[in-house]
Design a binder for this molecule. Structure first.
Ligand SMILES: *[C@@H]1O[C@H](CO)[C@@H](O)[C@H](O)[C@H]1NC(C)=O
Ligand SMILES: *[C@@H]1O[C@H](CO)[C@@H](O)[C@H](O)[C@H]1NC(C)=O
Ligand SMILES: *[C@@H]1O[C@H](CO)[C@@H](O)[C@H](O)[C@H]1NC(C)=O
Ligand SMILES: CC(=O)N[C@H]1CO[C@H](CO)[C@@H](O)[C@@H]1O
Ligand SMILES: [Ca+2]
Ligand SMILES: [Ca+2]
Length: 590
């Protein structure tokens, strides 16, 4: 449904036509620039389980999302990306799929999902789903058949025999360690072999050297695109392939030891992952999968996008854009702001990490910016609550695509989840009721805070799947919506601003004005903006005339919640005082 050509008519391209007189001389410019829907979109990552519970079982669901689409519209979101909703054994909350063609029953039915698509389509909000292709669940039919050596499925996973040591004890094939700690190999008695799992024990890796597996994954992609989703997000894409064992006499080689102090052989970072990550074959596979998206794009005359996530080096990360005719992902995630900036970062670090992506990415491809996700500590907690507005200014006003993890628009903080209620397998695998907190991802997955009512308005249940974070009585959508100044109000102002040509099409230049103040300029013809933020620990005075052609007075378009400035105030370019965490969007007056 919703795939017939023309049903998205009028959204195919945003035409921006600007006639303007240049300041020097009377040169007449006629700019006609085509932008496809996704190239400057605001994406919103919804953790399905935690967004909105419609039936009172304490677990978020699809109908819950449908009832809150108007909230996304109000925020200025163009596309919602839903964390995994396919049928799952739920050991890793959807990242362990049992059936790629079915919806997890506790989230709803296929009809519920189709209804969501229809409603979203009416509001002009695109829906992107998450597909986890590196592994299935150990409870998937594919894996169960494979472990029973079913002829068709036998070679769908990575099976190895291991060996007996000199005491006659069975040992795994090699020293590989899983991302979730301990050996990446698990013995299955019925097959008398080990299977590889790069993540949890319940997540056996699929065998991408088997063309039948590749075909099946392509069918899954087709199935969901034909249903009408606007794209798919694929996590951990750089784990798809392991080294070709035929190059090593038919045995997977040990990975070298990093030699970093304080680590044991159970720790993932104990090893250098030269044989299990970032293998060269991955880029060709991405290009093959991209062809499936493009096939449907052409058929329906509506671009379907592929978003990929790979935690890797900058040079590997930008390879996912593809090269020449060998196209890669539309949106290869830029994890720099999430992974490399924190409360200790100064203005130079901000400039370095932001400019790095723009430097390495292919010139004509759009950049993308995200500051939070379901795996990393909340922005309020990882930085400071008062820096939330500055960081939202970054992701929404830098050139390209913006991606917000739900709750960052109101500055939600990490929840506290006691050991007894801990659900994240990464935390449970520590077997450590004290230090689990350092790796647990539950605190960023606590229920969304809608209002000051029971369970923050998320659910009517007695108990929610994870406890609602403390402080929800004051930190919630309802209170920020009715406040004159709030993170929510700033976020909405920013999504409105980014529609202007200077942000959609304009050029970019950045400066660290000193160690504490980062600033960037966006401009299109005569329309010039400066976004300036004090990320340091003391008040500073800066001189914005350090930017070329910036002088005189600037007008405030947006300001962080605690700033002394408000909309339409004027500031002097050559002398601007900024309090700690203060951030401003300024427009040059001509
Ligand atoms: C594709 O859609 C756009 C916008 O609706 C339209 O202008 C264009 O003619 C369409 N192209 C084809 C081949 O149908
Ligand atoms: C799947 O793995 C989990 C975690 O190791 C285990 O508890 C469960 O019994 C396994 N299920 C099957 C069907 O092997
Ligand atoms: C700001 O910089 C400009 C250009 O370097 C300089 O002329 C001006 O005096 C500076 N303003 C202040 C207040 O220092
Ligand atoms: C950022 C991201 O998508 N992380 C996921 C990577 O894959 C593992 C296992 O599938 C998940 O647990 C992570 O959440
Ligand atoms: Ca529910
Ligand atoms: Ca793999």
């Amino acid at each position: 449904m919703f795939t017939s050509a023309g049903s998205f008519e009028g959204m195919w391209y945003i035409f921006v036509i600007i006639f303007s007189l240049s300041r020097v001389g009377a040169r007449y410019e006629n700019v006609n620039i085509k932008q496809d829907w996704w190239e400057t979109a605001v994406f919103y990552q919804l953790n399905t389980r935690s967004f909105m519970d419609s039936d009172g079982d304490g677990i978020g669901d699809i109908n819950g999302i449908t009832t809150r689409l108007d909230y996304l519209k109000e925020l200025g979101v163009d596309a919602a990306w839903l964390s995994p909703i396919f049928k799952s054994a739920m050991h890793d909350f959807g990242y362990d799929t049992t059936d790629y063609y079915t919806i997890q029953p506790e989230y709803g039915s296929m009809e519920d999902f189709e209804h969501l698509l229809k409603k979203a389509n009416e509001l002009n909000i695109k829906i992107v789903l998450e597909l986890v292709p590196n592994h299935t669940s150990n409870e998937s039919e594919w894996f169960l058949k494979s472990s029973n050596r079913d002829e068709y499925y036998s070679d769908w996973f990575i099976w190895e025999s291991g060996h007996l040591d000199n005491m006659g004890i069975r040992k795994p094939p090699n020293n590989w360690v899983s991302v979730f700690r301990k050996s990446a190999w698990k013995y299955m008695a019925n097959r008398d072999q080990y299977y590889l799992h790069q993540f949890g024990e319940s997540q056996p890796d699929l065998n991408y050297r088997n063309p039948v597996v590749v075909d099946e994954i392509k069918n899954v992609i087709k199935f969901w695109l034909e249903k009408g989703v606007a794209g798919l997000k694929i996590p951990s894409i750089n784990y798809l392939f392991e080294v070709d064992k035929d190059l090593y006499g038919g045995r997977y080689p040990d990975e070298p030891i990093t030699g970093r102090p304080g680590l044991g052989p159970d720790d993932y970072v104990y090893l250098e992952h030269v044989y299990t990550k970032d293998q060269e074959e991955t880029y060709d596979m991405v290009s093959q999968l991209r062809d499936v998206f493009d096939g449907i794009t052409i058929r329906d005359n509506l671009t379907r996008i592929m978003m990929t996530e790979a935690d890797t080096t900058i040079k590997n990360a930008v390879k996912y854009y593809g090269e020449g005719a060998h196209l890669g992902a539309h949106v290869p995630f830029n994890l720099g702001l999430i992974g490399e900036l924190n409360k200790e970062s100064d203005a130079r670090d901000f400039k370095y990490i932001i400019d790095r992506w723009l430097t390495y990415k292919p010139l004509k491809k759009p950049a993308n910016w995200m500051i939070g996700n379901h795996d990393k500590s909340r922005v309020s907690s990882r930085f400071r609550p008062d820096l939330v507005d500055a960081l939202n200014m970054l992701i929404l006003l830098l050139p390209g695509i913006a991606i917000t993890y739900m709750g960052e628009e109101i500055g939600m903080v990490n929840g506290f989840v006691p050991w007894s209620e801990t659900k994240d397998p990464l935390a449970c695998n520590t077997d450590d009721p004290v230090n689990y907190i350092e790796v647990s991802r539950d605190p960023v997955r606590t229920p969304f805070q809608w209002n000051s009512g029971k369970n923050g308005g998320f659910s009517t249940a007695e108990r929610t799947w994870l406890p609602v974070a403390d402080g929800y009585e004051s930190l919630n959508v309802a209170s920020q919506r009715s406040a004159v100044r709030s993170h929510y109000q700033v976020y909405r102002t920013l999504t409105n601003l980014r529609i202007r040509p200077a942000f959609r099409l304009g050029r970019y230049e950045s400066l660290s004005l000193n160690n504490d103040v980062f600033a960037f300029k966006r401009w299109y013809n005569d329309d010039t903006y400066i976004i300036v933020m004090n990320v340091g620990k003391r008040d500073r005075i800066v001189n914005l005339t350090a930017f070329d052609l910036v002088f005189g007075q600037l007008e405030v378009e947006a300001s962080s919640v605690l700033s002394s400035r408000t909309y339409s105030d004027n500031v002097q370019a050559n002398r601007l005082d900024l309090a700690v965490d203060e951030a401003l969007v300024l427009r040059m007056q001509v």
